[in-house]
Design a protein around this ligand. Structure first.
Ligand code: KE4
Length: 427
């Protein structure tokens, strides 16, 4: 008897490429049949076979309050009853813009869009328009959405510009993108000494969450900031994932670095399609309709999405919210590490606020190469064994995980008990 998940997956592949609307959902990295969810509540999700899971993906970061938080749902319903979209300015968008500018000193003006990809694509464009330069720098293992200029893999030599990492992307689109090694100060210094005055922008995940979790080495972000300032290059912090996930001040506050532009998404939409890019007023003033850099969107600043985001950002400002989130995440990390150690399994873990990384290797990875060195088969085995136990981690060894405010002692305790059974029977 095949499961409902399997039935749905087989049927979906008939109508949707790979059966999914975003590749990572297809379980290609871990193998097996993807889980079709039909309901979520708090820290829990239920699949098409009515199996229950404790969810540590949270839709890849947005659900910092957990699924279907009553105050977020109420805000969405109230907004929806007044109309889903107007294609005209609304007071709610002004409220969101003021809130983001109030929470992040580096953001003097902001524009709302509908996805992280739109945010990063637009930030790169406005940085190029402002500087009049073309070249950009990104880091291997960082993901900034699927804009052509950012679907690029490192060139053959350390300082040769990139080649497309996807079919359908013309060489010319990535030839101005230099791909460097995250946390590698030498390659950064070399790139700037060679191309400094030609570089429009550096885009970086200040806490990298798309090559599992990699934290910036001491001096990496400050060196980046100083080099950008010295060469008139725009520093773009892609905080689509880390924004309001690692703390109320985001990664830029955590590490005390002021970027020229910031991209946000996920948490600020509270689970609805919303993202943003913003920064220095003089840069943002280059945007149409007042400046020469074009950028637009039918549903940009959508009032229903903004309502979900405002409700979420109101709740994360509660006193102690992030301390509690970090404490739950810490309990999970320490518990998993202790259990693996008890059973002699090579494993380590780390967190930044409410996002975490799990690694089947001796020591915490600090670079893309070290992440690639993790035991992927061990992760995949762990993933499926925990799935069987009713715990849903990210279906890839190269993704970060997320805890929500709805993950209490009970959920962490159940997860650790499941890990004890899994690691305890690990041959
Ligand atoms: P979206 O276009 O998927 O909304 O955002 C792109 C993006 C930009 N910047 C960062 C730092 C991101 O993490 C993302 C998207 N993150 C992935 C998770 N690895 C989304 C999951 C998916 O692609 O389905």
């Amino acid at each position: 008897m095949i499961s409902r998940n399997q039935q749905l997956f087989e049927l979906s592949q008939k109508y949707i490429p790979g059966g999914v609307n975003s590749p990572v959902r297809a379980f290609k990295s871990v193998g097996g049949t993807p889980v079709f969810f039909r309901r979520g509540q708090g820290a829990y999700v239920w699949d098409a076979d009515n199996r229950t899971y404790i969810d540590y993906v949270g839709s890849w970061g947005p659900l910092i309050l957990g699924h279907a938080h009553p105050e977020v749902i109420a805000a969405v319903l109230a907004a929806a009853h007044n109309g889903l979209t107007f294609g005209a300015p609304t007071e709610a968008e002004l409220e969101m813009a003021k809130l983001l500018c109030g929470l992040l000193p580096s953001i003097e003006q902001v524009r709302l869009v509908s996805s992280g990809t739109e945010a990063t694509m637009s930030a790169i464009r406005v940085a190029r328009g402002y500087t009049g330069r073309n070249r950009i720098i990104k880091f291997e293992g960082c993901y900034h959405g699927h804009d052509d200029a950012l679907l690029v893999k490192a060139g053959s030599g350390a300082l040769t510009f990139g080649h497309p990492s996807s079919a359908g992307v013309p060489d010319g689109t990535t030839s101005a993108t230099l791909v460097l090694d995250y946390n590698n100060l030498d390659s950064l210094e070399q790139a700037f000494s060679r191309f400094g005055q030609e570089i429009a922008a550096v885009i970086v995940e200040p806490v990298a969450g798309n090559m599992n979790l990699i934290t910036p080495k001491l001096g990496f972000l400050s060196t980046l900031r100083n080099l950008c300032t010295r060469h008139g290059t725009m520093l773009i912090f892609d905080e689509v994932m880390s924004g309001f996930r690692v703390g109320l001040e985001c990664a830029q506050g955590l590490y005390g670095i002021k970027p020229d532009l910031t991209t946000l998404g996920k948490v600020i939409g509270g689970g609805m399609p919303m993202a943003a890019f913003g920064g220095r007023r003089d840069i943002m003033q280059c945007l149409a309709p007042i400046g020469p850099v074009y950028q637009a969107g039918t549903l940009s600043g959508n009032p229903v999405a903004v309502a979900a985001g405002l409700a979420t950002l109101r709740l994360v400002q509660a006193p102690g919210f992030y301390e509690k989130l970090a404490a739950s995440t810490r309990r999970l990390m320490e518990g998993l590490t202790k259990t693996a150690e008890k059973h002699g399994i090579v494993f380590c873990a780390q967190q930044v606020g409410g996002m975490f990384g799990l690694y089947f290797r001796e020591h915490l990875p600090t670079s893309y190469a070290e992440v690639m060195d993790c035991n992927r088969d061990a992760f995949n085995r762990f993933f499926h064994a925990m799935l069987q136990e009713g715990v849903y981690f990210a279906p890839s060894a190269f993704e970060a995980g997320f805890v929500s405010a709805a993950h209490g002692d009970d959920e962490i305790g159940k997860t650790l008990a499941a890990a004890e059974r899994v690691f305890g029977s690990w041959k």
